[in-house]
Design a protein around this ligand. Sequence first.
Ligand SMILES: NC(=O)c1ccc[n+]([C@@H]2O[C@H](COP(=O)([O-])OP(=O)(O)OC[C@H]3O[C@@H](n4cnc5c(N)ncnc54)[C@H](O)[C@@H]3O)[C@@H](O)[C@H]2O)c1
Length: 96
Amino acid sequence: MKLTTFATGYVGLVTGACLAEVGHTVVCMDVDQGKIDKLKAGVIPIWEPGLQPIVERNVAEGRLRFTTDVEEAVKHAEVQFIAVGTLPDEDGSADL
Ligand SMILES: NC(=O)c1ccc[n+]([C@@H]2O[C@H](COP(=O)([O-])OP(=O)(O)OC[C@H]3O[C@@H](n4cnc5c(N)ncnc54)[C@H](O)[C@@H]3O)[C@@H](O)[C@H]2O)c1
């Protein structure tokens, strides 16, 4: 399937990479240009042991790519996972 994860943090990047590893074609989108630039250069911007070779393999095999372009990410996918950070409410609790 064609899938998108919105965000390349701990949840979005690991989810996207693992879904690519099992054969899906995945676009990972993030608003952070610096993170996307690092990922495109082969640098993993989070500490997650074992993730680097999974990302490298799936990028090389064309099942995983990274973008800041939200329109491209939406158009790509049949199923879209939202894994962006949760903002705090005024009282500091999670604003769901
Ligand atoms: N990490 C965990 O173990 C865990 C567990 C349960 C729930 N969660 C929830 O999952 C979500 C993600 O957590 P995380 O640990 O991956 O966070 P993270 O801080 O590692 O990553 C969040 C990412 O979201 C990106 N982002 C923010 N707004 C965006 C937007 N509009 N479009 C695209 N990307 C955007 C940021 O640039 C960042 O890369 C949070 O809501 C968190 O509460 C996380």
